[in-house]
Design a protein around this ligand. Structure first.
Ligand code: PNW
Length: 466
């Protein structure tokens, strides 16, 4: 009889707001994310130097649209309005990036006080509204002056980055406690120097490409050290990497084990090197004579302990299953592609479970942040001005349900930054790809919350997937 009653108990809990099993841990940080070049505009204001993306959007035949980021979201002037949008969402955190050429217009040397002042104003405005700032130091806008000296092909750029990172730690870490070094080193290298689709648009042979990759992760490690030296004792630092998210195609113990093996190997030159302080033997063997040149001290620097791992997760990059033969896993090719507005994007909600879960299983970081997740959809503005982006709501509901599973299983994910607060300059796609939960009319700069903004507000309010 008692048992019979207890099976009925869910009926009683229906009066509660949300079933307990859908909630996130107490203190979970909800935020949005942006990047300087994509939203700030004001490219010639207050002494900002030129970045490689200013050059690229004007000169590259890789651009898919004839747009530039000279004005973008005009966030440089409208940051107060944008902070008010965050406040209205109820977010407790915000991830933005600092434009290196605003701080060091020539990459190194004389800092530009007016550039720093902008970030002082932004940080103060965030804090005044109860929003904790998380700052990324490098979101792809390398000072052109450094590119003129070889960019990331030149080992000196890693040193210049560390000086800039140390400067930011000295001047902002009294209020900015969380710093991310490099956003998506894998795309900086792969797209910037491998296939030429991102600035600076180079296509290098393997040996040089591997050396560029080494310099980028070395820059990360040197920056971690410079931040420890220049920042406050409570300053926390880590990468924000777009790693290869591996998932077992069917969840069996063998396939999960295979996915762990694959995760280390498929991220060899980035997260694996950073979190282990060494390149896996298989990576160096596969590169053979094209392997990067490095010292033991380099690897020690690259492996500098981080406080957290930030990961941008948009999708599963490789589904795998176990094999008898070496290396113990097999990558399953994708079937048909998916109908999101960003052509590279596949709807794979379980990436938000397997990404953090396997990261935790393999490297056991103390804290994980999902530094980006989101999608672009074809957002039509209705006659009454509303944007009913039900595709994005569905996307978020399914992805966040998977993230919730990870936290419920004890994976130490501490926060989630939705990409993006606003529609913005989406690189090669210019303004034609809209990732925002606020619609932006780029003629008038009017911001309009989309349906997804209401949805996100509700998730934050309940700290649960609704
Ligand atoms: C990230 N892919 O880029 C960047 O960090 C953001 O600046 C960007 O706006 C956002 O995601 C949306 O694209 C990516 O091909 C670009 O897998 C391409 C891929 C992933 C992330």
């Amino acid at each position: 009889m008692l048992r019979h009653f207890s099976t009925l108990s869910p009926v009683v809990t229906m009066s509660q707001e949300v079933p307990a099993e859908r909630t996130f841990p107490d203190g979970f940080r909800w935020g949005t994310a942006t990047a300087a070049f994509q939203i700030e505009g004001a490219v010639n204001e207050d002494g900002r130097g030129t970045s490689i993306w200013d050059t690229f959007v004007r000169t590259s035949d890789q651009m898919l649209v004839d747009d530039n980021a000279d004005v973008a979201d005009d966030h440089y002037h409208r940051y107060r309005e944008d902070v008010a949008l965050m406040k209205s969402l109820g977010t407790s955190t915000y991830r933005f990036s600092i434009s290196w050429p605003r701080i060091f217009p020539e990459g190194t040397g004389q800092p530009n006080q007016k550039g720093l002042d902008f970030y002082n104003r932004l940080v103060d405005e965030l804090l005044a509204n109860g929003i904790e700032p998380f700052a990324t130091l490098y979101h792809w806008d390398l000072p052109q002056a450094l590119q003129d000296r070889g960019g990331w092909e030149n080992r000196h750029t890693a040193q210049a980055f560390a000086e800039y990172a140390g400067f930011i730690a000295e001047h902002l870490s009294d209020r900015v406690r969380h710093l991310f070094t490099i956003n998506e080193g894998s795309l900086v290298v792969g797209n910037g120097y491998g296939n030429g689709t991102f600035a600076p648009g180079l296509i290098l042979p393997a040996a040089q490409l591997n050396q560029v990759r080494h310099h980028v992760i070395l820059a990360h490690g040197l920056a971690v050290q410079a931040i420890r030296a220049g920042g406050g004792s409570d300053t926390k630092v880590g990468p924000a990497e777009n790693f290869n998210v591996v998932a077992p195609v069917i969840e069996t113990p063998e396939n999960v084990r295979a996915a762990e093996v694959a995760l280390r190997e498929l991220n060899a030159g980035y997260l694996t090197a950073i979190l282990e302080g060494a390149y896996p033997g298989a990576y160096l063997e596969a590169a053979g004579p094209d392997a990067p040149r490095f010292t033991d001290n380099d690897m020690h620097t690259i492996g500098s302990p981080v406080d957290f791992v930030g990961v941008n997760i948009y999708m599963v990059n490789q589904y795998v299953r176990a094999t008898e033969a070496e290396p113990g896993y097999e990558v399953i090719p994708f079937s048909a592609s998916h109908p999101l507005a960003a052509i590279w994007h596949r709807i794979t909600p379980e990436s938000l479970y397997w990404g953090p879960k396997l990261l935790h299983d393999v490297w056991n970081p103390q804290e994980i942040y999902v530094t980006e997740n989101g999608c672009s959809t074809s957002d039509q503005v209705a006659v009454n001005g509303s944007v009913n982006d039900t595709d994005r709501v569905t996307f978020l509901r399914s992805y966040l349900g998977q993230l919730q599973r990870a936290t419920a299983e004890g994976v130490p994910v501490r926060g989630y930054f939705l990409w993006s607060l606003l529609d913005n300059f989406e690189w090669l796609f210019g303004y034609s790809n809209r990732f925002g939960i606020h619609h932006v009319d780029f003629e008038t700069q009017k911001r309009t919350p989309k349906l997804s903004a209401s949805y996100y507000r509700e998730i934050i309010r309940r700290n649960a997937v609704v």
